[in-house]
Write a protein that binds this ligand. Structure first.
Ligand SMILES: [Zn+2]
Length: 137
């Protein structure tokens, strides 16, 4: 990730950089993973959870094209459920792809990147998207 403007993460504890990865909560008692991370385990109600970096390559399981919504983002854009190697599905935007080219089963790669400007118009808000995996990657 290279960022020159001032920046802030969309939310603390959601991802890490260098190496990039989404941070799930992993239950110390039953091992279940949740993203976005939870303070306690919704499965066994254990309250001891640790941050766990998830795999960065996934598969598009379902998606929708947003063409008309009140939002910061240029439209149309694609929202998808991406399944990661851990079996977790992450709700995310897809980047670097035309909506017409998105397919179920497409391989995608995590990208931690600026997704919009903050309310001050200067600061980059950093979050995550998934981009199609290029041939040969
Ligand atoms: Zn648990």
């Amino acid at each position: 990730m290279s960022v020159s403007a001032p920046s802030r993460p969309l939310r603390e504890g959601l991802f890490r950089v260098d190496p990039d990865g989404l941070l799930a909560s992993r239950c110390d008692a039953c091992g279940s993973l949740h993203f976005p991370p939870k303070r306690a385990c919704p499965d066994c109600h254990g309250d001891a959870v640790s941050a766990h970096a998830l795999g960065t390559r996934g598969t598009v399981r379902s998606f929708t094209v947003v063409r008309n919504a009140p939002t910061f983002f240029p439209q149309p854009y694609v929202l998808a459920y991406v399944e990661l190697p851990e079996g977790l599905q992450v709700f995310t935007q897809l980047g670097g792809v035309e909506p017409e080219a998105v397919q179920i089963g497409m391989q995608v790669q995590l990208s931690i990147e600026p997704i919009r400007k903050d309310v001050d118009g200067v600061t980059d808000v950093i979050a995550y998207r998934f981009h199609p995996v290029e041939e040969g990657e």
